[in-house]
Design a protein around this ligand. Sequence first.
Ligand SMILES: NC(=O)c1ccc[n+]([C@@H]2O[C@H](COP(=O)([O-])OP(=O)(O)OC[C@H]3O[C@@H](n4cnc5c(N)ncnc54)[C@H](OP(=O)(O)O)[C@@H]3O)[C@@H](O)[C@H]2O)c1
Length: 248
Amino acid sequence: MHFDNHHIAITGASSGIGLETARMLAARGARVTLIARRSEKLEEAQAEIGANAAWAVADVGEREQLDAALDSAVEQNGAITGLFANAGLTGGFTPLLDYPGDLWEDTLKVNLSSVFWAIQKVLPAMVEAKKGSILVTGSMASKRGMAMNPAYVASKHGLLGLSRAVAMEMAPHGIRCNCVIPGFIETEALARIPEEQRGLIEKRVPQRRMGSVQELAEVAVFLLSDSASHVTGQDWAVDGGTLQTLEV
Ligand SMILES: NC(=O)c1ccc[n+]([C@@H]2O[C@H](COP(=O)([O-])OP(=O)(O)OC[C@H]3O[C@@H](n4cnc5c(N)ncnc54)[C@H](OP(=O)(O)O)[C@@H]3O)[C@@H](O)[C@H]2O)c1
C-alpha cells in the first residue's frame, strides 16, 4: 500500500483513531491534513509526523469552520484525494424522555451533518479527477440499538446510510465510500474506564479484549488505499467479533 501523490484530510485527528490513522498514512507516503479543535494537540502531532503533515483547527459542527479547514488543507497540501471523516461525539446517556434537545442537535451536527458537509466540499475536485476515496467512522451503534443515547444511535445509523448513498451515487465517478466500525477500541476515553467496568466490556467481546488504535487504523488505511479499489458501499467492523454476538 503506497500513498504517493495522495492527500488525505482527516477529521478528529488530534487523538485516538484519527491520529493513529494519520501517522500510518504518512508513514506510507501520504500527505495528511489533521483537523480537530485542539490546536496544541494538532501541533504536537504535526511535529511528530513531520513534513508530510499539516493541520487546521475547526469545530466540524460549524460548517463555516469546517469549510475553512478544508480550504486550508488544499492550500497547504494540494488537492484532497481522500477524506477520513472520523470526528465524533459520544453524546450523553440520559433516558429518552429527558434527553435534552440541544444535546440531540449537537450530536447530530457533529456526528452526521459535518460528514455530509465535508463530503459535499471535497467531492467536486474528486469528480473532476475521476477518483477519490471517502471513509467515515461509524460505530456498533450504526447497526444496533442502545438504550439511553438516542442521538448517538440515530447519528451513527444515519452515517452508515449516508456512506452507502454516497457510494452508490459516486461509483460511476470513480469515487469510493466505505464505513469503518470500531468495536471497543483503546482510546483515551476507554482508558479512563474503571478496571471492573473494563472487565465487563471485555467479556462481551468474543476475543475477550479491546482493540488497539493500530488494529483499527490498519483497516482504515486499507479502505482509503488504492488496494481497496473495488470496495465501496461496505461497512467493516474492527470489533473482535462483537457484532456477531446476539447482544452488543
Ligand atoms: N474508541 C471506540 O471504541 C469507538 C467506538 C465506536 C465509535 N468510535 C468513533 O471513533 C471516532 C473517533 O473517536 P476515538 O475513539 O478516536 O476518540 P477520541 O480520541 O476522543 O477522538 C475523537 C476525535 O474527534 C475530535 N472531535 C470531537 N468533536 C469534534 C468537533 N466538534 N470538531 C472537531 N473535532 C472533534 C476530537 O478532537 P478535539 O477534541 O481536538 O476537537 C478527537 O480528535 C468517533 O467518531 C467515535 O464515535 C470510537
